[in-house]
Ligand binder design. Sequence first.
Ligand SMILES: NC(=O)c1ccc[n+]([C@@H]2O[C@H](COP(=O)([O-])OP(=O)(O)OC[C@H]3O[C@@H](n4cnc5c(N)ncnc54)[C@H](OP(=O)(O)O)[C@@H]3O)[C@@H](O)[C@H]2O)c1
Length: 288
Amino acid sequence: MTGTSSRGADLAVIGAAGKTGTSVVGALTGLADVRPVVRTARRPGDVAVDLDTGAGLDRALQGCRGVYVIAPNVHPDEPGLVRRVLAAAASAGVEHVVYHSVAWPCTPAMPHHVDKARCEDELRTFGDLRWTILQPCAYAENFSAVLTGEADEVDVPYNPGSPFSFVSLNDIAQAAARVLVDGGDAHHGATYELGGPEALSVRQLCARAAAARSRPVSVRQISVDEWKARHGAAMPDDAVARLAAMFDFYDKHGFLASSAHLEHLLGRSPASVDDLCRAAATRSSGGP
Ligand SMILES: NC(=O)c1ccc[n+]([C@@H]2O[C@H](COP(=O)([O-])OP(=O)(O)OC[C@H]3O[C@@H](n4cnc5c(N)ncnc54)[C@H](OP(=O)(O)O)[C@@H]3O)[C@@H](O)[C@H]2O)c1
């Protein structure tokens, strides 16, 4: 079910048109009446807002029981954005706000993680709203072209041997749906770190993908300057600086998180990289 007007939807998803939001809306479909909150309405039922100014937020959240808050990636002022959402949620009478944070938010070397820690603090100290925080680790789908067999090469601007608890975005979306549908009675005050089931480097992820398709996948470390030259021109300077700091951290420390909360929320084992490669192979062969 997708909400068709700004009245009567059960759950609003802010950032619904993005990579994460699309998965969360998909996981909620059939479980609740969903109102996708987007920047530019593209589909019937979409409600447009400007998260930078808050324009449209009051109307977008009117009549909703719960709200899922996904901020744009490396936004220059995520705490300000979250404050606008919380004010609108409170005035609209929303019962439960669920915030899409990140694992390891309190990491001074990654300023956009620290901004998410500040957002978590905004939720915890806001007052009357009930809240839940989800802290996903890096999505395995950040390498989706490799997992699906569309790409045979990966370039990363950090050590390809650094360990990550890559997590399935579909699992994150299903956990988010579970928390939203259960609501604040079940999950108020909880902070769930959500990692995948094993620690793998990008090199190991690519080796798993290569084994699944019986074809090699090459992995190359590029410099942050090379990454900036390729991708930075299309991004604001602030976003480039935040991502460069993240790559530097990944290079030295990787990015790990526990899968225990995710397993509990899903009621099953979280998907491994091998599971995701198998599922992609089944889809490409026309299987279910
Ligand atoms: N990737 C990971 O591994 C990972 C892991 C943990 C946490 N996260 C977090 O997940 C969040 C979402 O990431 P994502 O990659 O899914 O994001 P995304 O695909 O870039 O989606 C962000 C959405 O925000 C919308 N948006 C941007 N500016 C807006 C504005 N001013 N007003 C209203 N909407 C606006 C965009 O709308 P348009 O489509 O119309 O431009 C887009 O649909 C980020 O906060 C990120 O830090 C990511």
